[in-house]
Design a protein around this ligand. Structure first.
Ligand code: SF4
Length: 273
């Protein structure tokens, strides 16, 4: 039987949160999540989705990536693109049909959610996309085993801070599996989150493993406030974006502070961007 996935949306936009921020990226948002973080802005992906085969998802990725082949032909050197020869979706191949910037073929492809690893077919999909020559990113909550993910995938793994209400779900056994091409992300909404993140960075020598990302919790729009989300535990003190940035500087924390780029460019509640 064909491998299938429950897919919430597939779209082309700019990567918004990681060391890849700002680069064109095709997002594959998979349905369902086993967590209910207090700040979750994609509750619509908890249940909404359409069944698609891995081949159908790849075909859609190829369709969205197609326009970059024109950019590649127009702008890249003849040497690096001499082997540029479009092929049909679903066939295995190396770099072509795309624009290469530095080491990365554009657009990037990111699996996000929801929690992509809840669906077993996300593993063969990621492998196939890597075989196709894409730079593949995976956004994962850090609550599930990341070990089976193809070694070429760049795993952007959350460590859930206390205000998420899901801190107890961090799967610490994942840490030894992380490599230098992966990234660890802390989403921080309170002073307690900041102190916790700082403590974890030291206790587990996280800066020696891979890049560390710090995002500020962007307040949810009324339509994003799903009743199933966890409450911020009582007694925590909210931290502003500026306070967070200044605290990082004051403490010389070895992290990359980032804003959610898509929320700066488009309305924070807009989907498909
Ligand atoms: S892990 Fe991500 S998708 Fe799941 S509830 Fe938390 S923020 Fe939302």
């Amino acid at each position: 039987m064909a491998e299938t996935l429950l897919v919430n949306e597939i779209y082309l936009s700019l990567q918004g949160e990681s060391t890849f921020a700002g680069l064109p990226c095709i997002f594959i948002r998979l349905t369902a999540c086993n967590l209910r973080c207090s700040y979750c802005d994609t509750a619509y992906a908890f249940t909404e989705g359409e069944k698609k085969s891995v081949a159908e998802v790849r075909a859609e990725v190829y369709r969205l990536a197609k326009r970059f082949s024109h950019a590649a032909r127009a702008g890249a050197s003849a040497t690096s693109l001499a082997s540029n020869s479009p092929r049909a979706a679903g066939t295995s191949r190396s770099n072509n049909d795309s624009l290469d910037i530095g080491r990365h073929r554009l657009p990037l492809v990111e699996l996000t959610g929801g929690e992509p690893l809840l669906q077993k077919s996300s593993l063969p999909l990621m492998k196939a996309l890597c075989d196709d020559g894409f730079t593949v990113l995976l956004e994962t909550s850090g609550a599930l085993d990341i070990a089976p993910v193809d070694a070429r995938v760049r795993r952007i793994m959350d460590l859930k801070c206390p205000s998420s209400g899901e801190s107890a779900r961090n799967r610490w056994e994942n840490l030894p599996h992380l490599k230098c091409i992966d990234e660890i992300k802390f989403v921080i909404g309170t002073r307690e989150d900041y102190d916790w993140a700082k403590q974890m960075i030291t206790a587990h020598s996280l800066a020696a493993i891979c890049p560390l990302l710090v995002s500020w919790v962007h307040p949810l729009a009324p339509e994003q406030q799903d009743s199933s989300l966890k409450k911020v535990p009582a007694g925590q003190t909210a931290i502003s974006r500026q306070e967070l940035a200044e605290q990082i500087i004051a403490d010389a924390l070895p992290v990359r502070f980032q804003v959610q780029l898509h929320k700066v460019i488009w309305a924070p509640e807009q989907r498909g961007v």
